[in-house]
Design a protein around this ligand. Structure first.
Ligand code: CAA
Length: 293
């Protein structure tokens, strides 16, 4: 079955990025949010991104209009039932995801493929809310979705081989490089990234280096686009804390345990760039200033 129409549930940071990339790759795309204001907010963000691409000359106005024409926002999950593939990018909470997929399972034809963009929850446990575990995969994208070239395509022990290969091919059609991963908590990227980010916090706690020096070390010494503490602020400290808890719960290994400083920053509401403060102060977002602890 060729995928022609893609549904995306959630039009936040990840959902809007996935919807933009799907529409830009030629797929009819329907993106659903819980209310009209959130639909509007998500679509306005996509519009801005597309305008930036026009300004830079990456696409022309006509292409932008075509992409926009393939993209429809909705608040009704009924509007997703004609989609060949539905990708979920809602809040990272198991009960909410299971409830959504159970509702979609009840209204979608048996052939529809379901995918979750979860970064740390177990795909198998989300899939069992439906009667179609064989047509269920993980499609894990990276922020910012239009820029990052990777998608992790995650299979469970129940995923049908043909469906899985179709999703790997879909990743390529989106212009991404798909990697194959088992349904192991954190998949490939977070298995490696989360201990690295947590170690950077531990290094700061132990006074190995300052915030700027830890970041510059990995940027200039290893060629990373962002240092680990900047990346933590970018991903969100609350998000990283949540992922680390799930991974620690699964593996019971110290490398996944949240350092006390991370916990305290999250408790204080210092969640990084989105909250204006994390390891850096973003009062002037163009010139973040390292915090003093
Ligand atoms: N949406 C669309 N395009 C964006 C963008 C966004 N949010 N942010 C940046 N860009 C584009 C810019 O327009 C620019 O495009 P051109 O080269 O065509 O001009 C390009 O990306 C580079 O941007 P900038 O020059 O502004 O800044 P930069 O060179 O510092 O790049 C970055 C920004 C791409 C975010 C880069 O710093 C980077 O790759 N950082 C690491 C990001 C990362 O590791 N992401 C994964 C996080 S983990 C995750 O998402 C999953 C999880 O489970 C936690």
């Amino acid at each position: 079955m060729a995928i022609q129409k893609v549904g995306v549930v959630g039009c936040g940071l990840m959902g809007s990025g996935i919807a933009q990339v799907a529409a830009a790759s030629g797929f009819q795309t329907v993106v659903r949010e819980v209310n009209a204001a959130l639909v509007e907010k998500g679509l306005t963000g996509i519009e801005k991104n597309l305008n930036r691409l026009v300004e830079k000359g990456t696409i022309n106005e006509a292409v932008k209009v075509e992409i926009r024409g393939r993209l429809k926002g909705t608040t009704s999950i009924e509007d997703l039932k004609s989609c060949d593939l539905i990708i979920e990018a809602i809040i990272e909470q198991l009960p909410a995801k299971r409830e959504l997929f159970a509702a979609l399972d009840a209204i979608c034809p048996p052939a529809t493929i379901f995918a979750s963009n979860t970064s740390s929850l177990t795909i198998t446990e989300i899939a069992t809310a439906t009667k179609r575990s064989q047509r269920f995969v993980g499609l894990h994208f990276f922020n910012p979705v239009p820029v990052m070239k990777l998608v992790e395509v995650v299979r469970t022990i129940a995923t049908d081989e043909v469906v899985y290969e179709e999703m790997v091919a879909f990743g390529t059609k989106l212009g991404k490089t798909p990697v194959r991963a088992k349904d192991s908590t954190g998949f490939i990227v977070n298995r490696l990234l989360v201990p690295y980010l947590l170690d950077a916090i531990r290094a700061l706690e132990e006074g190995v280096g300052s915030i700027e020096d830890i970041d510059n070390s990995m940027k200039l010494g290893c060629g990373h686009p962002m240092g680990p503490l900047t990346l933590l602020d970018f991903v969100g400290l609350d998000t990283t804390y949540y992922i680390s808890q799930i991974m620690f719960d699964e593996f019971k290994e110290r490398r996944f345990a949240a350092p006390p400083l991370l916990k305290r920053m999250v408790l204080a509401g210092w969640n990084g760039r989105k909250s204006g403060r994390g390891f850096y102060d973003y009062t002037d977002p163009q010139k973040p200033k390292a915090m003093k602890f």
